[in-house]
Design a protein around this ligand. Structure first.
Ligand code: BDR
Ligand code: CA
Length: 388
């Protein structure tokens, strides 16, 4: 077994801190949580939104800024969909559109930890907002860089801050690298990222994890209780003409901006020959934090492939109840978990490793969204953006 095992997250911390538990005290994996409190009666929760706007980031940010349950301590743009030179002003534009210049915006990383930046202008356009043009922002970012800002806010409010990440995880990993105690002080992390059912930028990897797999691995192995809203569920959300019509009809700056971005995104999707979409990946992550009962959840130990020639950025979900060899109900989970190790690739002849086991015992680190009630999600998203 590898002597350097990833940090083990305690079951207690995992269960008490996950976003799903926050909303549904009788949280039960593999079922629609049915006892969620009314959304607006919860919170306020301190959050930092880390993001790479980004068409769907833009709608997610507007949703977050229109949600009274959230006390947004900072928005921390990172390079991803487009370079930081665009994600930063896009974030500033969005706080101005939402009338939320009270929220500090701290500039993040220009490049992944150890890789060259790969962007997604094919999906988000050259300006990151799908070609939708808004005035240049006059608001300035704070002087502190994002990683330092994240560190300072988490330390100021120990065990209170949830990180909502909508882009590559570079800023968060940099903060964790700079401060080894930080992970233990973060309340939780809800991410749009990853997939247990194939990728979107390669057959293996989802874009946010693909761009900075090393950062993602640091985050998954940090011990922070993670809620993963990946392609498994975000692919089931499609913005439609009808959604945009509702936004267009609502006469307020947020709904008008969202409608403009949404309309462009739908047209762009059609031009590329897609019959459905665009998917509202990032808004679903924000919605999942606001109301976890919109999704079904299943716990996994998730790790990230970082060395594959074709598969870097793939997220692997280990679960004692996955697979074909079912045990009898009830005994299944306990027996499976007790006997399950985390197994990696077979050692090569050239390596010093002798065992494929990278971790001797299973323990979950992530609640993974495995299904979504898309209609309820859009009720929340469009309702809030329209200002209802
Ligand atoms: C994710 O990648 C980005 O292109 C989107 O903004 C979203 O965060 C989906 O894979
Ligand atoms: Ca994004």
């Amino acid at each position: 077994m590898d002597s350097k095992q990833p940090l083990r997250i305690t079951r207690r911390r995992f269960m008490t801190s996950s976003a799903a538990v926050l909303a549904a005290s009788s949280f039960a994996p593999e079922t629609w949580a049915s006892t969620g409190q009314a959304v607006a009666s919860r919170g306020p929760f301190r959050v930092i939104v880390d993001t790479d706007p980004g068409v769907d980031d833009a709608l997610a940010l507007l949703l977050a800024m229109r949600s009274p349950e959230l006390k947004i301590e900072a928005i921390t743009p990172v390079a991803g969909n487009v370079p930081l030179e665009l994600t930063l002003p896009n974030a500033l534009r969005l706080v101005e559109i939402a009338g939320r210049t009270d929220i500090p915006v701290a500039a993040g990383a220009k490049a992944p930890l150890v890789r060259r930046l790969v962007t997604a202008t094919y999906a988000h356009g050259e300006n990151g907002l799908g070609g939708a043009v808004f005035p240049d922002p006059t608001t300035k970012p704070v002087a502190e860089p994002a990683a330092e800002y994240i560190r300072r806010v988490v330390r100021k409010y120990p065990h209170e801050v949830t990180l909502i990440t909508l882009g590559p995880l570079t800023n968060v990993a940099a903060a964790l690298n700079a401060d080894p105690e930080l992970a233990g002080l973060v309340r939780g992390l809800t991410m749009m990222g990853g997939s247990l059912s194939g990728g979107n930028i390669t057959p293996a990897a989802e874009f946010n994890v693909y761009v900075d797999p090393e950062a993602a691995r640091i985050v998954f192995q940090s011990g922070i209780p993670i809620t993963m809203v990946g392609l498994d569920v975000t692919r089931k959300t499609s913005l439609t003409d009808e959604h945009v019509r509702v936004l267009e009809a609502a006469q307020n700056p947020v709904s008008q901006a969202a409608a403009k971005i949404g309309r462009n995104a739908i047209n762009h999707n059609r031009e590329r020959g897609f019959l459905v979409g665009p998917n509202m990946h990032d808004s679903l992550a924000v919605a999942a934090f606001l109301d976890p009962t919109i999704l079904k959840w299943q716990e996994y130990y998730v790790d990230v492939e970082t060395t594959g020639e074709l598969t870097a950025g793939e997220t692997l979900g280990y679960s004692p109840v996955a697979g074909d060899l079912k045990r009898r109900p009830g005994a299944e989970k306990e027996a499976g978990a007790a006997s399950m190790s985390i197994r990696g690739s077979a050692p090569t002849l050239a390596s010093t490793k002798t065992s494929p086991v990278v971790r001797d015992k299973y323990g979950p680190n992530t609640n993974v969204g495995v299904d979504v009630n898309s209609a309820r999600f859009f009720e929340l998203l469009i309702g809030r953006l329209a200002g209802k």
